[in-house]
Write a protein that binds this ligand. Structure first.
Ligand code: NG1
Ligand code: MG
Length: 546
C-alpha cells in the first residue's frame, strides 16, 4: 500500500507493514556478510531472521519532545541489524536464555535468563563492557510488563505451541554510538522486534503501541528521554521527514521536502565529541528535562491556572493547553490578538496553533521580565515561582533521575521551547508548500529556521559546545543554507541543509578545516563515516524467508 505524501500514518493494525518477506537486505551483501558472521559466532548456524532499526537525524525541534511539542526528524540509512536464531523446545520450558553478541569487539558477549512468569532476574548492568546489552534487556522487560499474558505467559491461546528456550542474537551496527543519531533508540526498537518475533507476538501489538512501549522502556536505562527517536525509527519512510506529535497522543505525519532545482540534501557532520547522557545526565540532559518541568509549574502558577498542580501542567505543552481550556479557547486567542500585534501576525502567517504558542512565549517574557529572573535562579527562588517547596519540591522535580545544579535556568529554557515549537510548525508548513517556482526561496527559509534553532540551542538551551560551534561556522562559510546541532547536543552530530552542487566543497572544507586540525589521525574510511550526505530512509522491519 503506497503511503500518500503528508497522509497521517495509520497507527492501528498489526505490525505486518514493517515485516518484509525478503526485501533488499535478504539478497544483499550485508545480509550475507552478517549471516556468515553469525555462523562464525554460533557454531555454523544460520539466523532465522534479521531485524533492522534505523537511527535518525532530527531536522528541527530539539529538546521539545519531552515537553510535548512536535518534532521533525527523519530515519537515516545507518542502522542496527540483529541476526537472530530462535530455538524452541519440544518439552515445556519455564525460562528462556538470551545470548547477545556484537560484531564490534568492544561490546562484550552478554547472556541472561528470564523466567516465563517474571523478568525480575533480568538485571541491568551499571558498568562494564557488557552494558550495551541493557538496551535489549529493557525492551524485553518493557514488552513483558506491557503484554504480561501474551508475550511470556504459557496460558495464552495465541502462544505458539513451542516456547522459545533460547534466543541467539548477533548485533551489527553502523550508527556511531553516543553521537546523537539515536543508536540507543535503534537498539531498543530493534530488540523489541526481535522479542516480538521470537515469541510469535507480533500480531498482538500495533506500531503505535510498540513505539510507546519502546519509549517507556528506554527510560529504564537512566535517561529521562522524550519519544522522538523510537518513533522515528519505527515510522521512518524513504524520502520523507516525519512530523511527530505527542499530544494528545502519538501521531506521525510523513512529509516530503519540497521539490527543488538544484536538489538539496542534508549533510551530517559528526563532531566526534562523545556525549554519553547516561554519565553526564545529572548536569545536562536530565537537568534540562527538570528545568523545563520547573518552568511549566512556574508558568502555570503565574497564569493562575486552577489545574496548576495537576498532571496536566507537568510540561509546558500541558500548560499551554490548560491556559486556553480554562480561559475560553478560541475567544481567549481573539482577546490575546487584540493585545499583541506579534500574536496577530503569527496567526496570519502560521495559523492558530502557532499563535497560541506565541501567546505563551509572551507570557514567559512577562513572568521573567526582571533581569535577575532571566539568569539562573537558586532553589529558594524556584520554590517561590513554582509553589512547590520542601519534600513536595523534591518529589516533584528531583525524585525521578539524579540532578546536580546550584541554579536553574527557567527563563531561557522556556523561551527556547516555545520559539523552537513555533519553528517546527513553520518548517512543516514550508515543506507542504508545493510550488516549484518558489523552491529556492523555500529552501532559504528552511535554512534560516535551522539557523534560528541553533542560535536558540546555543544561547538559550546552552547545549552546544565549541566543536559544534566551529563546525557550524565552517558550514555557513561553505554553502550551507542552515546548520544546527542534532539530538541532545554537548557533542555528537550536526545537520546541514546544502544544495547538492555544493556538497563536495562543503565536505572538503570540513575535512581540512575541522577534522585535519582536530583529528588528524583519521583514516579515509573514518572520515567518510564522520561526514556524509544522507537521505530519509525506511523504518524498522524484519527480514526473513518465506
Ligand atoms: P539523542 O541525543 O539522539 O539521544 C535525545 C533524546 C531525544 C530528544 C533529543 C533532543 C534519548 C534516547 N533521546 O536524543 O528524545 O530529547 O535528545 O531533542 O535520550
Ligand atoms: Mg541516544
Amino acid at each position: 500500500m503506497a503511503t500518500k505524501v503528508n497522509d497521517p500514518v495509520p497507527l492501528v493494525g498489526s505490525l505486518d507493514s514493517i515485516y518484509s518477506p525478503a526485501g533488499v537486505l535478504k539478497n544483499g551483501k550485508r545480509w550475507n556478510e552478517l549471516a556468515t558472521k553469525f555462523a562464525r559466532a554460533y557454531n555454523g548456524e544460520q539466523p532465522d531472521f534479521i531485524a533492522r532499526a534505523p537511527g535518525r537525524v532530527n531536522l528541527i525541534g530539539e529538546h521539545i519532545d519531552y515537553v510535548g511539542f512536535s518534532v521533525f526528524p527523519a530515519a537515516i540509512e545507518k542502522d542496527i541489524l540483529m541476526a537472530t536464531k530462535v530455538s524452541y523446545s519440544a518439552t515445556p520450558v519455564d525460562k528462556v536464555q538470551v545470548v547477545l553478541k556484537n560484531t564490534t569487539p568492544r561490546f562484550v558477549v552478554n547472556t541472561f535468563e528470564s523466567a516465563y512468569d517474571s523478568t525480575d532476574s533480568v538485571e541491568l548492568l551499571n558498568e562494564g563492557d557488557e552494558r550495551w546489552a541493557n538496551y535489549f534487556k529493557v525492551a524485553f522487560k518493557g514488552l513483558h510488563s506491557h503484554l504480561p499474558t501474551q508475550v511470556l505467559d504459557a496460558g495464552n491461546a495465541k502462544r505458539p505451541a513451542k516456547r522459545p528456550a533460547k534466543i541467539e542474537v548477533l548485533v551489527d551496527g553502523t550508527i556511531p554510538p553516543e553521537s546523537s543519531l539515536s543508536s540507543s533508540a535503534a537498539m531498543t526498537t530493534c530488540s523489541s522486534i526481535v522479542v516480538l518475533e521470537a515469541f510469535g507476538a507480533r500480531e498482538l501489538i500495533d506500531r503505535k503501541e510498540m513505539a510507546e512501549v519502546a519509549i517507556e522502556s528506554e527510560r529504564l536505562v537512566g535517561v529521562n528521554s522524550g519519544g522522538m527517536d523510537q518513533s522515528a525509527s519505527i515510522f521512518g519512510i524513504p524520502h520523507h521527514a516525519l512530523y511527530i506529535s505527542f499530544f494528545p497522543t502519538l501521531s506521525v505525519q510523513p512529509t516530503r521536502l519540497p521539490p527543488s532545482s538544484p536538489d538539496h540534501t542534508f549533510v551530517i557532520v559528526n563532531s566526534l565529541v562523545v556525549s554519553d547522557k547516561k554519565v553526564t545526565g545529572p548536569v545536562n540532559y536530565n537537568l534540562r528535562v527538570v528545568e523545563t518541568r520547573m518552568a511549566a509549574r512556574a508558568l502555570a502558577n503565574y497564569l493562575g491556572l486552577a489545574a496548576a498542580k495537576d498532571n496536566a501542567c507537568r510540561d509546558l505543552r500541558g500548560v499551554l493547553e490548560t491556559y486556553f481550556a480554562e480561559n475560553g479557547g478560541a475567544g481567549r486567542l481573539q482577546a490575546e490578538m487584540e493585545n499583541s500585534s506579534a500574536v496577530k501576525q503569527t496567526l496570519e502567517r502560521s495559523g492558530e496553533e502557532a499563535a497560541r504558542i506565541k501567546v505563551l512565549e509572551e507570557k514567559v517574557d512577562a513572568l521573567y521580565s526582571s533581569a535577575a529572573l532571566q539568569e539562573g535562579v537558586a532553589r529558594a527562588e524556584v520554590e517561590k515561582l513554582t509553589g512547590y517547596s520542601g519534600d513536595a519540591f523534591d518529589a516533584e522535580f528531583l525524585s525521578s533521575f539524579p540532578i546536580r545544579a546550584d541554579a536553574f535556568q527557567l527563563y531561557r529554557r522556556s523561551k527556547h521551547v516555545f520559539t523552537e515549537a513555533l519553528r517546527v510548525l513553520q518548517f512543516q508548513a514550508l515543506c507542504k508548500q508545493n510550488s516549484t517556482e518558489s523552491a529556492k526561496e523555500v529552501y532559504t527559509q528552511l535554512g534560516s529556521l535551522m539557523d534560528g534553532s541553533q542560535k536558540s540551542l546555543r544561547e538559550l538551551y546552552n547545549c552546544s559546545c565549541d566543536e559544534l560551534n566551529q563546525i557550524i561556522d565552517i558550514a555557513k562559510r561553505n554553502g550551507s543554507l542552515g546548520s544546527r546541532l542534532t539530538g541532545a547536543g554537548w557533542g555528537g552530530c550536526t545537520v546541514h541543509l546544502v544544495p547538492k552542487p555544493k556538497v563536495e566543497v562543503f565536505i572538503s572544507a570540513m575535512r581540512t578545516q575541522y577534522y585535519a586540525k582536530k583529528f588528524p589521525e583519521l583514516s579515509r574510511a573514518q572520515l567518510e563515516d564522520a561526514c556524509f550526505d544522507t537521505q530519509p530512509a525506511g523504518g524498522a522491519c524484519v527480514y526473513k524467508d518465506g
